[in-house]
Every structure is written in C-alpha cells, then in structure tokens.
Write a protein that binds this ligand. Sequence first.
Ligand code: BV8
Length: 233
Amino acid sequence: MHEINNIVILTGAGISAESGVATFRGPDGLWEGHRVEDVATPEAFMRNPALVLKFYDERRASLKGVQPNAAHKALARLDAEWDGDLLLVTQNVDDLHDRAGSKRLIHMHGELSSGLCLSCGQRSTVTDDFSNDPACPHCDKRTLRPDIVWFGEMPYQMDKIEQALKKCDLFVSIGTSGAVYPAAGFVQTARHYGAQTLEMNLDPSDGSLYFHKSRMGKAGELVPAWVDNILAD
Ligand code: BV8
C-alpha cells in the first residue's frame, strides 16, 4: 500500500444530494425547464439578466432549508484530524462544506453566498436578492453579479489546485458526474503524477476508467466509512 500523506478531494453536486440540494444532471437537474448550461453563462446574463439573477436568488434562498449531511461532516472531521496536506476542491456553490467545518477548502466554481462587483472587482457577502439590484458595499455602485464561474469562464484558484494535484499521493472524487472540465480532468493529472485515485459515486462517472478504485453508493454512507478507515491507518 502506498504511503499516503497528501490528499486532494474533489466533490460535486452528488455530495449535497442527500441534503436535498438538486443535482445538475439527474432527473431533478433542470431548473424551470432550463438546462444549467443555458443559464450559467455570461451570454445568458447579458441576454436576460433577470432570468439568471432569479436562478441564483432562488438557489441561494433554498440553502436556508438544507443542512450538511454525514458526508460533509466526515470530510470536515478529516480536515481537522489529518496531519498531512489536505485540499478539498468543491465544484458546488452551496455552503454545506463550509458549514460542516471544512477549512482547507476551495470553491472552484464560486459561491451562492458571494457577489462580485463589475465596477470595483471586489467580493462581498450577498445579503439581499440580486433582483433588488443591491449596491456594492465597497464602491456603492449597483453593478453586482453572482460570484459564480459560468461556462466559458476560468475556474478559481487553478494554480493552487494544480500544485496540489501534482503533489498528492491520493486523489478522491466524490459525487460528480465527471462531465465538466477542467474538474473532470483532475484525476488524469493526479494519476500522471503518481497518485492513487478513488471514486465514490452513485453511478460510474464519465471518468470512471481513470480511477484505480471505484465505489458505487451514497456519499452519506461511503464517505464516513472511508474517513474512519483512512484516519485509522
Ligand atoms: C472553462 C457553476 C476555459 C454554475 C458550473 C468540450 C469538451 C471539454 C470541455 C468543454 C467542452 N465544451 C465546453 C467546455 C468547457 C466547459 C465544459 O466542461 N462543458 C461541459 C458541459 C462539456 N467548461 C467550462 O466552461 C469551464 N471553464 O473551461 O474555461 C477557459 C480557459 C481559459 C480562459 C478562460 C476560460 C467552467 C465550468 C464551470 C461551470 N460552472 N457551476 C452553477 O452552479 O450555477 S459547473 C456545474 O457542473 C456545477 O458546478 C457542478 O458542480 C458541475 C459538475 O456537475 P456535478 O457536480 O458533477 O453534478 P452532476 O449533477 O453532473 O452529477 C452529480 C453526480 O452525483 C452524478 O454522477 C450522480 O450519480 C452522483 N450522485 C447523485 N446522488 C448521489 C451521488 N453520488 C453520491 N451520493 C449521492 N447521494
């Protein structure tokens, strides 16, 4: 068994499914008949800002009714107890990893709770609906957009992520379909640099063949068991 010191974990919508947050490509994956790919783009925002802002206002509002589940909590425990390097990269824009207590965390696709000002470029916590055209708390201009990485936009902190992928001994992918790049390519980078790769998902992802090990099942069951094992070794 390879010595494991440095771990990178990638999560997707499947880790939040048992908390009641809709996934993108499952049966519940549409929003008011729109495909996410049609709403989560800069073009959609220019073409129909009210529709896009409503999409994000509604998803942020729905976060008030959901809680972190056993998988989020297990990863937060790993974060607290793992004395090697650990980086949790989530594609999710919900705040469930944050609320569970994960610290070494990157939201590579942004966060529902954050707004980005098109005038001064600064971020702020969203307290009012975008559809009420709130002013940026830094520059007072009414030019806030969702702090979300849309299709065609560059995901956040890619340098830090790539550095961690090259250095890790273990790459774990949880609850993602492997449909969206560059996240879907992380397993190939990690494997190229010698990491062991493990996937835990309800169904085989598009990238299953790149994983040394694949465990099929619910994150709420598989992830706590995996964390118990890795902390016991
Ligand atoms: C970029 C924010 C370039 C929005 C998101 C052709 C080939 C390769 C790439 C492309 C291509 N054409 C276009 C591209 C690029 C594009 C892309 O990959 N498109 C795809 C559709 C083909 N990517 C981009 O545009 C990215 N940017 O490439 O920039 C660039 C380069 C230089 C300079 C500038 C730019 C940006 C992508 C980010 C888009 N934003 N999110 C929002 O959330 O509103 S992506 C969106 O999809 C979410 O973040 C989501 O997380 C992500 C991936 O989806 P998943 O998380 O995997 O969710 P999904 O529903 O798909 O799957 C859930 C899985 O969970 C399933 O497998 C299911 O079985 C499992 N599951 C369900 N329940 C459970 C479970 N597992 C365990 N337990 C359960 N209980």
